[in-house]
Design a protein around this ligand. Structure first.
Ligand code: APR
Ligand code: ZN
Length: 273
């Protein structure tokens, strides 16, 4: 590793040891090494569609069958994947901070649930979670991690074929009123839920060190958090394999894969437990 990187890591660790309220923002890049494709990178297509064409209310209204096949595919894919060293290091750092009476919170744009599975407790899943559904009629929100989520989706969702539509009555239904449910995910063109935004506002207020990992920093509001914090002179560390719109305002840019860099930054030894 280049010595300038070693120096930057040492500097960052010094800041971390003095921080009282660390806030971490993660994006698809943190799960890339778990084998989950990012949105804007290679592998972001399903059938001929971009994720951004399917994760919308318009797409769901046009074809709930197609959109459910896409989400069923992603649910089943994520099930076969494991949290990587970056997720695990964050969960361990949270425990250490809590022991010291300090705050450590993770905001994720990811819907894959890997932070939860790694043991992160102070977690805001700002775009929702693949394993939660919401009723399109009574709005009831519930967890549903059945595999498959309904019989008609068994063996469906393949990225290579375009099978016939599934009848709406055979798609996932609400356990309360039996109406069609949708993934409890914030789609393009939708607003992030108010309670979630309030929690994020609070963390941004309290934050004295910000770490942004594996996000292209183009989707708002998350893309704007770094500049809000930079205006308050809060130190920012970015970890990414590319530069992003946040790079120029970050105090430190750590160039490389999250699973390799995050354990070093957080001084988490993953071998001795
Ligand atoms: N380590 C660190 N960063 C990585 C790695 C890795 N191993 N692999 C990829 N990256 C970086 C890429 O360089 C890119 O900047 O992760 C980022 C992934 O960007 P996107 O695919 O745009 O994902 P994200 O920023 O999370 O997207 C935000 O947009 O599609 C919507 O709602 C969806 O939550 C998503 C939001
Ligand atoms: Zn209902």
């Amino acid at each position: 590793m280049a010595s300038s990187t070693t120096v930057k890591i040492a500097e960052f660790r010094r800041l971390l040891s003095h921080a009282h309220s660390v806030l971490v923002l993660t994006g698809a890049g943190i799960s890339a090494e778990s084998g989950i494709p990012t949105f804007r990178g290679a592998g972001g297509l399903w059938r001929q569609f971009k994720a951004t064409d399917l994760a919308t209310q318009t797409a769901f209204a046009r074809s709930p069958s197609l959109v459910w096949e896409f989400y069923h595919y992603r649910r089943e894919l994520v099930r076969t994947k494991q949290p990587n060293k970056a997720h695990i290091a964050l969960a361990k750092a949270e425990k250490r901070f809590e022991k010291e009476g300090k705050r450590f919170n993770v905001i994720t744009q990811n819907v894959d649930g890997l932070h939860r599975r790694a043991g992160t407790k102070n977690l805001i899943e700002m775009h929702g979670n693949l394993f939660m559904v919401q009723c399109t009629l009574c709005q009831f929100i519930e967890e549903n991690d059945s595999s498959p989520i309904c019989e008609s989706l068994r063996n469906r969702g393949s990225p290579d074929v375009n099978p016939p539509e599934i009848d709406e009555k055979d798609l996932p239904r609400c356990t309360k009123c039996k109406s069609l449910v949708r993934p409890h995910i914030v789609w393009f063109g939708e607003h992030i839920w108010d309670d979630v935004l309030e929690k994020i506002q609070k963390e941004i207020q309290l934050c004295d060190l910000f770490i942004v990992i594996g996000t292209s920093s183009v989707v708002y509001p998350a893309a704007g958090y770094a500049s809000i914090l930079a205006e308050r002179n809060i130190p920012i560390a970015e970890v990414n394999i590319e530069t992003t719109p946040s790079t120029s305002i970050a105090t430190y840019h750590f160039h490389g894969p999250a699973a390799q860099i995050i354990p070093q930054l957080l001084s988490v030894n993953l071998n001795n437990e």
